[in-house]
Design a protein around this ligand. Structure first.
Ligand SMILES: Cc1cc2nc3c(=O)[nH]c(=O)nc-3n(C[C@H](O)[C@H](O)[C@H](O)COP(=O)(O)OP(=O)(O)OC[C@H]3O[C@@H](n4cnc5c(N)ncnc54)[C@H](O)[C@@H]3O)c2cc1C
Length: 477
């Protein structure tokens, strides 16, 4: 059911009225006088309109906007939209029994400063803006973080030109107070146990628990009236078939006795984003390929080996930043991660395997091309995943004091890597509205590339702007 121009205008008027009522603190809603999208205002001479939720029945819950995915991008987007368009009754649907169960709760926990990204690119702008917004948010909401800084260290002469390029990029990206450290003495003043030829120092890079930030966005969303439903896995979108009202999208859920009807849907489903987009006719590409990143854990008594983050100079052929030393908010130090193709999208262990997902991935020409182009790299990463000593050897380039006996196997995260059919890694944001009659009501965030945790509030602003244009929310104000 496509919405016609006059319907949108009338819907806007309805919402405007709704907004005014809320702003004035007059909760003058009647449960029996819900006004639909068209002819709504005319049909209701009392001026009373009902909220979406007042239509709830045993079989259906009603919302103006539904966010699918309780990771940091979905939660930041829901929270941001709620602040800008408080009259929208919104909810977040998350399939797991907790928020931030996947990428947002299993990552390095770094607040990136925006050094790596192509100057002028969206990724660069969103990261630099995201860093500023993340610190402001954490300060305002008592979320603890540490600005422990970061060194990107060149240990080999052939890395020096790449380090110089990164310096130039960082300056063009306005990374605050970025400084080139010209010799080992300078490096050791910042990190006494680190060795190297030259380094870049970013004092404003920090660490935070991104799962805690996600939960905080969720809490603020709920405080503003939003609802969060855990254990709510979305399995389908279809037309509600309602002719007298404007909740055209019906969402089916796994293991829930009711369905959800809504005006608008925004999906931010990370590792499942291609599959969820396909539920409303999204394009088959890009596909998501899962890369597992395994960490090592530095033993407690050795955690003073590093003060802040120590990173290698990344290899530009790969999207990952390379194994690094990262202090955690609880005092631990994580080393890694490597990047190994996973045989299951949400498979956190080496032998996690899904025949269905593996067969789908193996049948994808893009993946076959990627593997073919990077066979030696892939085997190297797998080898380092199995043999800890190989990973420790890599890390000893930076901190020679590190010994095999200082580390144990640590946790793992799985990255949603979007892959094009030609085998190239998709580095851009990808939005999709699907096809068919519901496409004017859907916005799928198909790819929100890393560091999407750092950039979450900036991405959320972009998603909200896009939704308000696509769904004409601006005229509600
Ligand atoms: C190993 C690793 C290290 C990283 N390090 C950093 C870092 O240091 N700093 C940084 O800024 N970024 C880092 N990142 C990137 C960052 O973690 C991600 O970009 C970000 O968390 C993505 O958030 P998201 O909300 O898009 O995805 P997710 O956190 O994966 O959230 C998607 C959610 O959607 C839910 N979902 C999926 N399908 C459905 C469905 N059908 N119904 C309902 N719910 C559904 C999932 O359960 C999940 O909770 C790292 C990533 C990885 C993997």
């Amino acid at each position: 059911m496509a919405l016609r121009g006059h319907q949108i205008r009338l819907l806007s008027k309805t919402a405007k009225l709704h907004c005014l009522l809320r702003v004035n603190g007059v909760n003058n809603f009647s449960s029996n006088t819900h006004v639909g999208p068209s002819a709504a205002v005319e049909k209701n001479p009392t001026g009373k309109i009902s909220k979406a939720s007042q239509k709830d029945t045993e079989n259906y819950k009603y919302f103006d906007c539904v966010y699918v995915g309780g990771g940091i991008v979905g939660l930041a987007s829901a929270y941001t939209a709620m602040r800008k368009f408080p009259f929208l009754e919104s909810c977040v649907l998350e399939k797991e029994d907790k928020l931030a169960a996947h990428q947002s709760g299993n990552n390095s926990g770094v607040i990136h400063a925006g050094i790596y990204y192509v100057p002028g690119s969206l990724k660069a702008k969103l990261c630099v803006e995201g860093l500023r917004l993340a610190y402001e948010y954490c300060d305002a909401n008592n979320v603890p973080y540490k600005k422990c800084g970061k060194l990107i260290v060149a240990t080999q002469p052939d890395e020096l030109p790449r380090l110089a390029n990164l310096h130039e990029r960082g300056l063009k990206n306005d990374v605050p107070d970025l400084k080139l450290i010209e010799n080992e003495e300078g490096i050791r003043e910042i990190e006494p146990n680190c060795r190297g030829l030259k380094a870049l120092h970013s004092p404003h890079t920090g660490i935070v628990d991104w799962a805690e930030v996600s939960r905080s966005y969720g809490k603020n969303f709920e405080k503003s009236g939003g609802k969060i439903f855990l254990n709510h896995e979305v399995t389908g979108f279809r037309e509600s078939g309602m002719t007298d009202d404007d909740f055209p999208v019906e969402i089916s859920l796994k293991s829930q006795p009711y369905k959800i009807r809504t005006r608008y849907v925004i999906t931010c489903t990370g590792l499942q984003s291609d599959k969820v987009a396909a539920l409303s006719g999204g394009t088959p590409h890009p596909k998501i390929v899962p890369f597992r990143g395994e960490y090592l854990l530095l033993k407690k008594e050795k955690s003073d080996l590093v003060r802040g983050n120590i990173y290698p100079v990344p290899d530009p052929k790969f999207p990952f930043l390379g194994v690094h030393f990262t202090p955690r908010m609880n005092g631990d130090v994580w080393l890694g991660p490597n990047a190994v193709l996973a045989f299951k999208r949400e498979g956190y262990k080496l032998f996690d395997f899904s025949l269905k997902e593996f067969s789908e991935a193996a049948a994808y020409s893009g993946l076959r091309k990627l593997v073919f182009k990077n066979v030696s790299y892939a085997f190297g990463e797998l080898y380092r995943g199995v043999f800890i000593s190989a990973q420790v050897k890599q890390l000893q380039r930076f901190v020679p004091e590190l010994q095999l006996s200082d580390v144990t196997k640590g946790p793992a995260g799985v990255r949603a890597q979007a892959l094009a059919p030609d085998g190239s890694l998709v580095d851009d944001f990808v939005f999709d509205s699907g096809t068919g009659s519901l496409s004017s009501r859907m916005l799928h965030v198909r790819n929100a590339p890393s560091p999407a945790a750092t950039s979450s509030l900036a991405i959320a602003r972009m998603v909200t702007d896009r939704a308000s244009t696509l769904f004409d929310w601006k005229s509600y104000q």
